[in-house]
Design a protein around this ligand. Structure first.
Ligand SMILES: [Zn+2]
Length: 314
């Protein structure tokens, strides 16, 4: 018993060069995704994972043509079903469909390639037909079913309850661009204890106090004193950028995370600086006191005498 491929469901395709596919179409569909590579210049090209040399192409994963058509067919049937029902009922049935579809493709390049914008545009066209059918003409329908929310003049939303109108979701608003999604580094998982990595990535870690995790994330994992990255097992210490002795406050913008040994170095310098500041303050105080009275040099020493005592002495 061996694995056999059904010829009618099998297609040999090249992901980059159409001529090398048996039907001269590059790329293939898989679970509603279309996977294809495109020639790309130096800066946009994918890089070899080891050598970082540009490979000359980039991979784009988008919703497949069939999947897009199926989605629009579903939307169309819902809009048709609600020809005579209220706007609210139509929105209530469309929103979960849109949300679910965008979620399914959330890690694809749908946003980057403009597929989500295209889906929104197709829905608007269908809704305009729906409105025209109900009101007789578009301008009346526009006034009745579309409103302005924020900067957007064309929001399909209900008019009842101005404070909280029921609004149709769009594909673009919660689809994220593929460049925003940062892939998890090779072999790390939140469970293998690399708390520095996970704190930098998420700003939190179950094994690290929130304050330290937040600072690690803010500093992108770099110690500002030695400019080196923190590594697993390093001693992490919270430091007041302007020391408490000099009036620094205990708040996030005055805090940084340093290596234990870097913290020691900084504390030593802080102490020296604070001593200097104290000396300067002392000199200022002496100066002020001197100004209050009359004084003159006497054999290289300062003699401080008040007006009254000077008169007495002379
Ligand atoms: Zn350091």
């Amino acid at each position: 018993m061996g694995l056999e491929l059904k010829p009618s469901k099998t297609r040999i395709a090249h992901t980059l060069i159409p001529e090398q596919s048996e039907d001269r179409i590059a790329g293939f569909d898989f679970l509603g995704h279309h996977i294809q590579q495109f020639p790309a210049g130096k800066y946009r090209s994918a890089k070899h994972p080891g050598t970082q040399i540009p490979l000359g192409f980039k991979t784009l994963i988008t919703p497949s043509k069939d999947a897009c058509k199926r989605h629009q067919r579903e939307i169309k049937s819902v809009i048709k079903k609600h020809k005579h029902s209220s706007q609210a009922r139509l929105i209530n049935e469309l929103n979960p469909i849109i949300r679910g579809w965008v979620n399914y493709y959330s890690n694809s390049n749908a946003q980057t390639t403009g597929e989500l914008t295209r889906q929104d545009h197709l829905i608007v066209q269908k809704l305009r037909a729906w409105g025209r059918y109900r009101c007789g003409n578009l301008s009346q329908a526009r006034r009745k079913y579309w409103t302005k929310i924020g900067n957007n003049n064309w929001v399909f939303a209900t008019k009842e309850g101005d404070a909280n109108p029921l609004r149709l979701l769009t594909h673009t608003e919660f689809g994220s661009s593929s460049t925003k999604y940062v892939k998890v580094k090779g072999d790390v998982s939140p469970f293998n204890g690399n708390l520095v990595y996970w704190s930098i990535r998420m700003g939190r870690s179950p094994d690290l106090p929130t304050r330290k995790a937040t600072l690690l994330n803010k500093q992108r994992g770099v110690c500002p004193w030695c400019c080196l990255r923190f590594r697993e097992g390093d001693i992490l210490e919270t430091d007041h950028i302007l020391s408490r002795a000099l009036g620094g406050k205990d708040e996030y913008k005055n805090l940084q995370l340093l290596h234990g040994h870097c913290h020691d170095e900084k504390t030593a310098l802080d102490l020296e600086y604070s001593r200097k500041c104290k000396l300067i303050k002392y000199f200022e105080y002496v100066n002020k006191e001197l100004e209050k009275s009359n004084w003159f040099w006497d054999e290289n020493d300062i003699l401080v005498t008040s007006e009254k005592r000077r008169r007495e002495s002379h």
